[in-house]
Write a protein that binds this ligand. Structure first.
Ligand SMILES: NC(=O)c1ccc[n+]([C@@H]2O[C@H](COP(=O)([O-])OP(=O)(O)OC[C@H]3O[C@@H](n4cnc5c(N)ncnc54)[C@H](O)[C@@H]3O)[C@@H](O)[C@H]2O)c1
Length: 322
């Protein structure tokens, strides 16, 4: 049994990690300020000690770190768009927040920190598939701050007896990923399809993306945490890619609903193709993605339908209460 701290535990990926850790007999402390997370994501896990706290608050981080062996550090201001709107917040949470987590981790004798990084560190993609040594030229504060945080993790792994792994996620999707203004393409399309609204494809739809299911991201976190003596930065993706046109067709099949497509102008700054080389994570800690996109989308669309029903039910109840 391992004592774990999950920062950003109430979020999409964090809550999936919490569930997996508990299933495997580990104990979990959850730290989250609910900036973009949902308390209800942790409702199925009453045994978790939840600390409503901020990674910018050294005292809260220190309190959460007591007697912890492994830290999964996911708390972040997420996404390029938010970082362009709030660049100082982004740096304070993503860089200084990570540094606070590292400081508390080393002081408290933590064995390992697994940090959630992002493919956003690469910026414009130059070669495919993308290996870890691809040039890093982020084109947003978010990418730059994730890169800075990653470098801090790797420096701490050199300076102290603290193992640190940075996992560079590509496009993650899956259960507990809600639609919001900063959402990724799959929740946006799901939201539109389930409401009978047209989906917008920017450009010709032949651009490709490497979508990885959250179950595989959880697997990567877990295997990286349990592997002894492993530090470094690794791509986490499916190692396969689909076009956006193919994605829409698969989501239509998964939903069983008709889909109307609108085409918009290509968005400046969008990369044309994305595909990760995942062999480094496979070699270092046995990462092997296991959820194929069709199955993952079936599961996700079923969850999203249910979620939509629950939200509608909650609205009806609220209206009845007046
Ligand atoms: N979803 C993706 O496709 C993707 C891709 C690349 C990297 N990531 C990274 O994975 C991690 C998890 O992302 P997610 O998709 O689950 O997003 P999310 O927004 O659902 O989760 C982030 C969590 O961090 C919490 N948080 C934010 N600021 C905080 C702070 N100052 N103190 C404490 N908690 C704070 C939020 O409330 C939220 O619960 C993030 O670090 C993100 O940058 C995600």
């Amino acid at each position: 049994m391992t004592a774990c701290l999950v920062t950003g535990a109430a979020g999409f990926i964090g809550s999936n990690i919490v569930g997996y850790l508990l299933e495997h007999g580990h104990t979990v402390i959850a730290l989250d300020n609910l900036l973009s997370g949902y308390r209800q994501n942790l409702a199925p896990f009453p045994q978790v000690e939840f600390i409503a706290g901020d990674v910018r608050d050294a005292a809260a981080v220190e309190r959460a770190m007591q007697n912890v062996e492994v830290v999964f550090h996911l708390a972040a201001s997420v996404g390029n768009k938010r970082s362009i709107e709030h660049p100082l917040d982004d740096a304070e949470i993503n860089v200084l927040g990570t540094l606070r987590v590292l400081e508390a981790a080393r002081r408290n004798g933590v064995r390992k920190v697994v940090f959630s990084s992002s493919a956003g560190i690469f910026g414009e993609l130059k070669t495919l598939p993308i290996r870890e040594d691809h040039p890093v030229e982020p084109d947003s504060p978010y990418g730059a701050d994730k890169l800075g945080a990653e470098k801090l993790c790797l420096a701490y792994a050199k300076l102290y007896p603290l193992e640190c792994v940075a996992l560079r996620y590509f496009n993650v999707y899956g259960v507990n990923q809600r639609y919001d203004a900063y959402g990724n393409v799959i929740p946006i399309f799901a939201h539109k399809i389930l409401r009978g609204e047209p989906v917008t494809i920017f450009g010709d739809g032949e651009q490709t993306r490497d979508f990885v299911n959250v179950r595989d991201v959880v697997q990567a976190n877990y295997k990286a945490a349990m592997a002894r003596g492993v530090s470094g930065a690794f791509n986490i993706a499916s190692g396969t890619r689909v076009t956006i046109n193919q994605l829409v067709a698969m989501m239509r099949d998964a939903s069983g609903l008709p889909v109307t497509i609108e085409h918009g102008a290509p968005r400046p700054g969008d990369v044309r193709h994305s595909l990760a080389d995942i062999s480094a994570a496979a070699n270092a800690f046995g990462y092997a993605p296991s959820v194929d996109l069709a199955n993952g989308l079936n599961e996700y669309m079923a969850w999203a339908k249910n979620e939509m029903r629950n939200q509608a039910g909650a609205r009806v109840n609220a209206a009845a209460r007046g």
